[in-house]
Design a protein around this ligand. Sequence first.
Ligand SMILES: *[C@@H]1O[C@H](CO)[C@@H](O)[C@H](O)[C@H]1NC(C)=O
Ligand SMILES: *[C@@H]1O[C@H](CO)[C@@H](O)[C@H](O)[C@H]1NC(C)=O
Ligand SMILES: *[C@@H]1O[C@H](CO)[C@@H](O)[C@H](O)[C@H]1NC(C)=O
Ligand SMILES: *[C@@H]1O[C@H](CO)[C@@H](O)[C@H](O)[C@H]1NC(C)=O
Length: 143
Amino acid sequence: MAVRSLWWTAVLLLALTVSVCRGQQRYLIFLNRHVDFPWNPPLNYSQYCNFMMVNRSINAPGSCRPINTFVHAPAASLIALCANQPNRSLPFSQQQFPVTVCRLIRRIPTCTYRGTPHNHRVQVGCWGGLPVHLQNTTTTLAS
Ligand SMILES: *[C@@H]1O[C@H](CO)[C@@H](O)[C@H](O)[C@H]1NC(C)=O
Ligand SMILES: *[C@@H]1O[C@H](CO)[C@@H](O)[C@H](O)[C@H]1NC(C)=O
Ligand SMILES: *[C@@H]1O[C@H](CO)[C@@H](O)[C@H](O)[C@H]1NC(C)=O
Ligand SMILES: *[C@@H]1O[C@H](CO)[C@@H](O)[C@H](O)[C@H]1NC(C)=O
C-alpha cells in the first residue's frame, strides 16, 4: 500500500515536472521569438528584421515565417499580464509598447522582410502564469 502510493506520488511529481518544464520551455521560445529589450530604435527597420530573424534563428531551414513581431518591452511587463491568469487565457496589455512587425517579402535567395514600427497593445497567451504565445498586437483594445 505504502509502496503503491509512493509510486503514484513519483508519477505525479514526474508529470508535474514535465508539464512545468514544458511551460518554461515555451516561455523561453516566446522570449527568443518575440522579445527584444533593451533596444535602440534602428535606422532601418527592414534591416533590423533581416538581422533579427537570423540572429534569433527564427526560421527553420528551408522555411520562412510569413510574419513575426518583436515587442520592445521588458519580459517582466509581459509576465505581469499572465499573473493569476488561467491557462489559455489571452490578456491584452493596457499599455502600448513599441513593436516591430516583420513581414516576409521574398523567400529567395534568403528570407527577406520588411519591418515596420508601431506602438501597440500586446495580446499574449498564458500557460502556467507565463506568456508562451504572442497572439497579436493591435492599436485598438478588443472587448
Ligand atoms: C533599408 O534596408 C533594406 C534592406 O537592406 C533596403 O532594401 C532599403 O533600401 C533600406 N531603406 C532605406 C530607407 O535605406
Ligand atoms: C546575434 O547578435 C549578437 C549581438 O550583436 C551577437 O553577439 C551574436 O553573435 C549574434 N548571433 C547570431 C547567431 O547571429
Ligand atoms: C496550467 O498549466 C500548468 C503547466 O502545465 C499547470 O501546472 C497548471 O496546473 C495549469 N493550471 C490550470 C489552472 O489548469
Ligand atoms: C493581427 O490580427 C489582424 C486581424 O485578425 C491581422 O490582420 C494581422 O495580420 C494580425 N497581426 C499579426 C502581427 O499577426
